[in-house]
Design a protein around this ligand. Structure first.
Ligand code: SAJ
Length: 446
């Protein structure tokens, strides 16, 4: 039987928001890490000691470990003692079936360099059964080796699932401090993976089986989605009743057992807007609440667009023959990051651009140069937006936008604040005789 192996080298497949920080964390503990990515630009950037994503603290660490020779990026996998797969798992089309093609191709390419004693860990969020499926794909490529889904504890290769659970924006912190759920296909697979993570994880590494670990990650994100859906539904109900929802939530949350989350433009990102569908796809009859929550959150941008169109009609009624300049404030899927994946704010801005071409300007302090071609390059600073726009739509609660809460706006300028920026950070006082925020939208224009 296979002996316990000391890990000297790790290969991380997928150098995105999870793979790169994880690779850097291992490298900073003196492990030789090879990062593998199909994106030549990402590979070149990392090998220069730079990063291609925005994540606080990551730039310094990558610079250091690349300079020290512990992290190197390549296009094709090389032999290593452990392989971590951190590639995307999107869903396909309207059926929302999980698309495991990235995991499959990662598995098939690393299979070529596997040797007896190696450990393969799936970090990507995955539907139940994906880790066993990965083991089967590896086995197909390497009939000369044995794998745990068939050989159990005697397998040549260990395979486990260890879902990432870090919060974008706080990845470097949570990577180290969060507890890790580790599900081996067999107990030995689990303990090999646990020993690996204990190299840098200070949280507890808790062992379970692969299927429970897979479901655990999906359950966590679905829990959050359901709770955000409640807040979003509440915001629409309150809007109809003329109640300011953020104030209401603050009051309700004074109850010792109530903790309502925040309404917003919808739910974005590559996790919470995606993962609950994996549960729905595998249990369509049972997952009624989870499905409805997805639908509630996905419908929120439409509601925001209705609010903007109503504001545009108000402007048109007051200024016959003129069209309003609309400023979309924020594009990313949540505050203070550059990530546009599944962003409801981006979707709303695109629709506004489609309907109100020539009238839309966009403010996004975190966007990279490459994305500035969007919206016919109509990116401006917050100052310019405040100066030019007739309608300001706050879609993301970026810290950079807090200044807006203390600005005197022009008479007639309208603000649609879908994230509670004005409520939380000092709404524009009535005495300034400009506008009076009521709930999500500024209904009164003086
Ligand atoms: N959001 C709201 N209201 C809230 C909280 C969030 O509308 O009160 C929105 C955000 O604006 C964003 C979306 O929800 O559009 C998701 O943001 P998030 O901060 O809740 O979560 P993510 O997607 O950045 O990261 C989540 C985390 N999961 C949980 O908190 C259960 C993280 O720990 C996971 O590692 C990550 O998904 C992942 O990779 O799966």
């Amino acid at each position: 039987m296979l002996q316990k192996q000391v890990i000297k080298s790790i290969s991380v497949i997928g150098l995105g928001y999870i793979g790169l920080p994880t690779a850097a964390a291992f490298a900073s503990h003196g492990i030789r890490v090879t990062g593998v990515d199909i994106n030549q630009r990402a590979v070149d950037t990392i090998n220069r000691g730079e990063i291609h994503i925005v994540e606080p603290g990551l730039d310094k660490l990558v610079k250091q470990v690349v300079a020290d020779g512990y992290l190197r990026a390549v296009l094709t996998p090389e032999p290593a003692d452990a392989f971590l797969i951190a590639v995307p798992t999107p869903f396909t089309g309207d059926s929302h079936e999980p698309d495991l093609s990235y995991i499959e191709s990662a598995g098939r390419v690393i299979a070529r360099v596997l040797k007896v004693g190696d450990l393969v860990i799936l970090e990507s969020t995955s539907p139940v059964g994906a880790t066993e499926q990965l083991s089967a794909w590896l086995a197909e490529e390497r009939p000369d080796l044995t794998f745990p889904h068939e050989a159990g504890e005697t397998s040549d290769i260990r395979v486990a699932h260890c879902p990432e659970r870090v919060l974008p924006g706080k990845i470097m912190l949570e990577l180290v401090s969060n507890d890790r759920i580790i599900g081996g296909i067999t107990p030995l697979c689990g303990s090999a993976a646990k020993a690996l993570y204990e190299i840098f994880v200070e949280g507890e590494c808790i062992l379970t089986n692969a299927r429970t670990a897979e479901m655990c990650k999906l359950a966590e994100n679905a829990f959050r989605d359901v709770n955000i859906a409640y807040a979003n539904e509440l915001s629409i109900i309150c809007d109809k009743k003329g109640i300011e929802v953020w104030k209401l939530i603050q009051l309700a949350n004074r109850h010792p057992r109530v903790n309502i989350l925040q309404p917003g433009a919808g739910v974005g990102g590559h996790c919470i807007a995606v993962d609950p569908w994996f549960i729905v796809a595998s249990s369509p009859k049972e997952a009624r609440l989870i499905r409805t929550s997805r639908e509630v959150n996905d419908a929120k941008p439409e509601w925001v667009l209705e609010k903007v169109n109503a504001a545009a009609s108000r402007f048109a009624a007051l200024h016959p023959g003129k069209k309003p300049i609309i400023a979309a404030l924020g594009l990313s899927y949540k505050p203070d990051i550059d990530d546009l994946r599944e962003s409801p704010a981006l979707g709303i801005a695109k629709e506004l651009h489609r309907v109100h071409v020539e009238q839309l300007i966009v403010v996004e302090p975190h966007i990279g140069e490459a994305s500035k071609v969007l919206f016919d390059k109509r990116f401006v600073t917050l100052e310019v937006a405040i100066e030019q726009a007739n309608i300001l739509v706050v879609l993301v609660k970026h810290s950079d936008f807090l200044a807006l809460a203390h600005r005197t706006l022009r008479p007639g300028q309208q603000i649609i604040d879908v994230v509670g920026l004005l409520t939380e950070h000092g709404s524009i006082p009535e005495s300034r005789n400009v506008i009076q925020p009521v709930n999500l939208t500024v209904e009164k224009v003086l």
